[in-house]
Design a protein around this ligand. Structure first.
Ligand SMILES: *Cc1c(COP(=O)(O)O)cnc(C)c1O
Length: 341
C-alpha cells in the first residue's frame, strides 16, 4: 500500500477529504445494504429533521498503524454500542453494531493510503454519524435516516510535548439531570460553543462544568472526561448520569487497575475536593490524556503540584501504557484492538 505524500506531523486537527465514505439509508422501516461512495456531499430537503430539530448523533475514533505494520482501530465495538444508545435516546433507529464495525472496516480499508505510518504520531480519524433526513415540520422523529462514516487524517495531538492546560470553572451548564449529557449528540456541542468561545477569549483552554442541579460536583469538559490522581496515588473519576461515558476513560481505569496496580474510584467528586488532588487530566480519543496544570474558579486558582511544564508522573504512566497498548508494543486485553482486513 502506497501511502499519500502528506506531512503527517504537521496536518493538525482539520478536515481533509479522503477517497471513500460509507453510506446507508433507513427508509420504510429498514436500513438498506449500504455502500462506499466517492461523493463527499449530501443533498437534503430544506426541511430535513436534522436541520430543523437537530436529530443527529455521532462517534469519534481513530485508525493507526502499529509497530508491526498492522492497521488497527481501538475498541470500535464500544463506539458501535454507544451510538446505539445515543440513537435510542433521540428516537432514531439504531444502526446495528456489527454493521457499524463492518462500515468502519470498509472505510479504513478503502482509505488505507491515508492511514499515517507508525511513529508519525498521526492517525486516521473516523467519524460515524447519523441524522434524520426526510422533511419534518411538526415536532416528531423523522421517518428516514442516513448513517455515514468518513475518514480524515489528523496530526499528533501533542506537538512538541504535552503542555498542561489551564481551565476555568464555567458559569454555563453542559447537561441537565435526566437530559442528554450521557449521549453523543450534536446538540450537546451546539450549546457548548458559546461557553468555549468565551473561555478561549478569556485565555483558558477548556471549561470545567459542574453538575447543573447543585453546582458542587465535577462533571466534565465540553468533550473530555476528568481523571484525578490523589496524593496517595489513587485514580479518581467523577460518576454522574449526565457525563458522556468516554471509552478512553474506561480504558484508562482498566489500565490503572490491571496494568499499574493502582486503586481506582469512580464516584461523585465534590469541587471542594479538587484542590487536594496531586494530578489532573482530561481523557478522550483525540489526546488520550491532556494534563491539566491549573483550574481557575472565579479568580481562585488551583495549581496542581505536577506544574505547568509536564504531565504528572502517574498520568504519564497511564498515557504511556494505553498508547503502548494502542501501538502494539504492550499486550492488549482480549478484544481491544480490531485489525482492519
Ligand atoms: C466524545 C466525548 C468524550 C470522550 O469520549 P471518548 O470515547 O474517550 O473519545 C468525552 N466527553 C464528551 C462530552 C464527548 O462527547
Amino acid at each position: 500500500m502506497e501511502k499519500k505524500q502528506i506531512d503527517w506531523s504537521n496536518i493538525g486537527f482539520g478536515y481533509m477529504q479522503t477517497e471513500k465514505r460509507y453510506v446507508s439509508n433507513f427508509k420504510n422501516g429498514a436500513w438498506d445494504d449500504g455502500e462506499l461512495t466517492s461523493d463527499a456531499n449530501i443533498v437534503l430537503n430544506e426541511c430535513a429533521g436534522v436541520l430543523q430539530y437537530a436529530q443527529t448523533v455521532f462517534e469519534g475514533m481513530k485508525a493507526y498503524t502499529t509497530e508491526d505494520g498492522r492497521t488497527v482501530v481501538f475498541r470500535p465495538d464500544l463506539n458501535a454500542q454507544r451510538m446505539v444508545d445515543s440513537a435510542k435516546r433521540l428516537e432514531m433507529p439504531p444502526f446495528p453494531a456489527e454493521r457499524f464495525l463492518d462500515a468502519v472496516n470498509q472505510v479504513v480499508k478503502a482509505n488505507e493510503a491515508y492511514v499515517p505510518p507508525y511513529g508519525s504520531g498521526a492517525s486516521l480519524y473516523l467519524r460515524p454519524y447519523m441524522f434524520g433526513s426526510n422533511a419534518v415540520i411538526g415536532v416528531k422523529p423523522a421517518d428516514e435516516y442516513q448513517f455515514r462514516v468518513f475518514a480524515t487524517p489528523v496530526g499528533p495531538y501533542f506537538k512538541g510535548g504535552a503542555k498542561p492546560l489551564t481551565i476555568k470553572v464555567s458559569d454555563f451548564d453542559r447537561a441537565a439531570p435526566h437530559g442528554t449529557g450521557h449521549i453523543k449528540a450534536g446538540l450537546n456541542y451546539a450549546m457548548s460553543l458559546h461557553a468555549i468561545v468565551t473561555a478561549h477569549a478569556e485565555g483558558y483552554d477548556e471549561n470545567m462544568y459542574l453538575d447543573a442541579a447543585t453546582r458542587t460536583f465535577v462533571e466534565e469538559t465540553g468533550g473530555a472526561n476528568f481523571l484525578f490522581i490523589t496524593k496517595d496515588n489513587k485514580v479518581v473519576t467523577p460518576k454522574s448520569d449526565s457525563i458522556l461515558p468516554s471509552i478512553t476513560r474506561r480504558s484508562l481505569l482498566y489500565v490503572a487497575e490491571h496494568y499499574l496496580n493502582l486503586e481506582v474510584e469512580e464516584r461523585e467528586v465534590p469541587f471542594e475536593e479538587v484542590k487536594e488532588f496531586a494530578e489532573c487530566g482530561l481523557c478522550g480519543t483525540a489526546a488520550v490524556i491532556s494534563p491539566v496544570g491549573k483550574i481557575v474558579d472565579h479568580g481562585k486558582e488551583i495549581c496542581f503540584p505536577s506544574g505547568m511544564e509536564q504531565m504528572g508522573p502517574t498520568i504519564q504512566k497511564l498515557y504511556d501504557t494505553l498508547t503502548g497498548i494502542q501501538m502494539g508494543y504492550i499486550e492488549a486485553p482480549e478484544g481491544w484492538v480490531m485489525e482492519v482486513k
